[in-house]
Design a protein around this ligand. Sequence first.
Ligand SMILES: Cc1ncc(COP(=O)(O)O)c(C=O)c1O
Length: 386
Amino acid sequence: MKYNFDKLTDRRGVNSLKWDCAVGELPMWVADMDFENAPCIQKAVEERAKKGIFGYTVVDEEWYNSIINWWSRRHNWHIQRDWLIFCTGIVPAITSMVKRLSEVGDDVVILTPVYDIFFHSVENTGRHVAESPLLYDGQYSIDWADLEQKLSRPTASLMILCNPHNPVGKLWSAEELKRIGDLCIKHHVTVISDEIHCDICGPESSYVPFASLGEKYAQNCAVCISATKAFNIAGLQCAAVAVPNEALRAKVERGLNSDEVAEPNCFAAVATSAAFDGGEEWLDELNAYILQNRDFAESFFKEKLSKLRPVQGNSSYLLWVDCSAVTGDAEKLCAHLRADAGLWITAGGQYRGNGKSFVRINMACPRARLADGLERLERGLKTFKN
Ligand SMILES: Cc1ncc(COP(=O)(O)O)c(C=O)c1O
């Protein structure tokens, strides 16, 4: 490998959300990686910083081109320049789109368990979450009858899709996405597809951009994309929404502008372009490393934590672990693990659906740190009283 993902980085002392915890604690919760950024990003940001003036900024052609080329080259989705709107993050974009594309009191359909902030975007703006829980038999799948029932409600106006799906680590297939897309068209529900996790997956797994499935699907969606998850640059606040339909795009654009989330800081576009233009090799090595971390963790669970069952995922560095053989209250388990073993992981209840008996563990760290986390989990589990 050209890049050293084993390097034990020190993230304390820089106001890291993840690492701002007690000394001795090991945070493996928020989706933020412990690796140094790709050198091409570091260099681009340093060069911009050296200019020494940090005034108001706009995105340049390079920003558009780097995104268009990346999706075309890696994901066979041919984004047109006009479709792209800059925004400071995917969460701000989703909240803004919920406000623009639905009415107060409407239902927003969401497959659960899912990234919990979706619920905040919906509920904090006076809409309702129409939850369609995924079916679970060791693997997750869509309950199609339930999904259609939720989408067919007269009050349903939006669906927020997570593709790939955090936290269960599932890449939806083209067939599944088309079926979702057809149901949404049938019931006049607009799709917001959050594809932030799309670039973290193994070589044999392939992410299908929702809007690449065909014109009718593309015309009924807004797709959220960014370099922030795969390249770990969330602190630079840069994302994009791609909206192929002109009328829909006008609404989204107006919403993003009036919510004041459509202007970049002076590092946002620089870092995005550097990532997409120069970070491909780094990302491929990162994905290989994460896959090895997943194998390492799965072996550890088999040998030493056999009561806990990692759900097999084909994307993301987040391990979703079924703890139902130990407890139905993962919140209690997580509080115990933090207090007893200094391990900070996420209790799955916040993702709704069947999440209450699951935990989410972030494996995007040097392997030695992952081993430390798993050992803490083993130790903490021994003293856990349900
Ligand atoms: C599915 C999903 N969407 C959005 C985000 C956050 O996006 P942003 O930092 O661009 O607001 C996350 C962060 O983990 C996520 O998992």
